[in-house]
Design a protein around this ligand. Structure first.
Ligand SMILES: [Zn+2]
Length: 285
C-alpha cells in the first residue's frame, strides 16, 4: 500500500492568489507513505514547506524522523523549498537525498550551491541540524529503500534532463515523471518500460497543445503527450501534474476535460483513469 499526497503541483514558479486556490500554487512536491511508515518525498519545490509543517507534528518534530528525498532534477521549482523545510533543522532527523548526477559529490555540490550565502542565509548543508546523506541516482539502476524498489530513468527536458522515478512494492507501482519532453513525442524504450502498467503515473501536464507549440524550448509535455504515453504504456491512472504557473483553476479544469477527450481517442486510453493533481489531495494504491 502507498499513500500518495500532493503538496505542490505547479511548474516553474509558485502561483499565489485566489484564482489558484483549488489546485494550489506551490511548486512540485509529493509524499509517499508506505503501510509500515516508510516516507518518500518526491522533489522539494515550495510544497515541501507545507509538508514540513505537517511532519513537525510527528516524530520529525523531536528528531526521530527518517525520510528519503528523491530529486528529479535541480531546476528551481524542484529544490526551492528545501532550505525552508523545517524538519532539516531538527537534530536527530535523518534524510537520504538521491539526485540526478554522476556522483554523490556532484549532487551535494548542486545542493551546496543553493545554500551559498549569495542565495541563502544557511551558508552550507552542514549547517542543517539533521543528518543529511547525499547519493546519486544512476540511470536504470534499481535500489531498495524501506522495502520499496526504486528505479530512476532520465527523460529529455529541453536542453537538460530530468529523472522519472518508479516506486514498486507489494504489487503496486507509482511512476513520477514531472518534467519530460520526448524526442518527436515518443519516450525511449527504457522510459516506456519504466512507465509500463504502473498503477499510477504522475506525469508532466504543463501545457495545452496550443501553448506547448509556441514554447517547445522549455522542455515540457502537453496534455496530449501525457495522454499518449499513459495509453501507450497501459497505466491504471494518469495524474496530471506540474501545471503552468499562469493557468487558473478554471483553466486547469478545462485542461482536465480536454485531456480526458484526448485519452479517449488513444488506443486503450478509455481504460485509463484520469486525475488532476491538487494540493492536499491523497491517493491510496
Ligand atoms: Zn519543473
Amino acid at each position: 500500500m502507498m499513500e500518495i499526497t500532493f503538496w505542490g503541483v505547479r511548474g516553474s514558479i509558485p502561483s499565489p492568489g485566489p484564482e489558484f486556490n483549488r489546485y494550489g500554487g506551490n511548486t512540485s512536491c509529493v509524499s509517499v507513505k508506505t503501510r509500515d511508515g516508510g516516507l518518500f518525498i518526491l522533489d522539494a519545490g515550495t510544497g515541501i514547506t507545507v509538508l514540513g509543517k505537517d511532519l513537525m507534528t510527528t516524530e520529525f518534530g523531536s528528531g526521530g524522523g527518517r525520510a528519503t528525498l528523491l530529486l528529479s532534477h535541480a531546476h528551481w521549482d524542484h529544490i526551492q523549498g528545501f532550505p525552508f523545510f523545517a524538519p532539516v533543522f531538527v537534530p536527530g532527523n535523518h534524510f537520504t537525498i538521491y539526485g540526478p548526477s554522476e556522483s554523490p559529490a556532484m549532487v551535494e555540490g548542486i545542493l551546496e550551491g543553493q545554500m551559498d550565502p549569495h542565495f541563502s542565509p544557511v551558508h552550507s548543508l552542514r549547517n542543517l541540524g539533521a543528518d543529511i546523506e547525499v547519493l546519486a541516482t544512476q540511470d536504470g539502476v534499481s535500489f531498495e529503500v524501506e522495502g520499496v524498489k526504486v528505479t530512476g530513468r532520465f527523460n529529455p527536458h529541453g536542453g537538460y534532463t530530468a529523472l522519472a522515478y518508479r516506486l514498486e512494492r507489494g504489487g503496486v507501482s507509482l511512476v513520477y515523471a514531472p518534467d519530460a519532453s520526448y524526442v518527436e513525442g515518443t519516450p525511449t524504450a527504457e522510459i516506456q518500460e519504466l512507465y509500463r502498467e504502473a498503477t499510477v503515473l504522475i506525469h508532466d501536464c504543463t501545457y495545452t497543445v496550443e501553448d506547448q507549440a509556441v514554447r517547445l524550448s522549455r522542455g515540457q509535455s502537453s496534455i496530449a503527450d501525457a495522454a499518449r504515453v499513459a495509453a501507450m504504456c497501459n497505466v491504471g491512472s494518469l495524474v496530471m501534474f506540474h501545471y503552468d504557473q499562469d493557468y487558473t483553476d478554471e483553466q486547469v479544469d478545462a485542461l482536465r476535460a480536454r485531456c480526458r477527450e484526448l485519452l479517449d481517442t488513444e488506443p486503450g486510453g478509455e481504460r485509463v483513469e484520469l486525475v488532476a493533481a491538487a494540493e492536499g489531495c491523497t491517493l491510496e494504491i
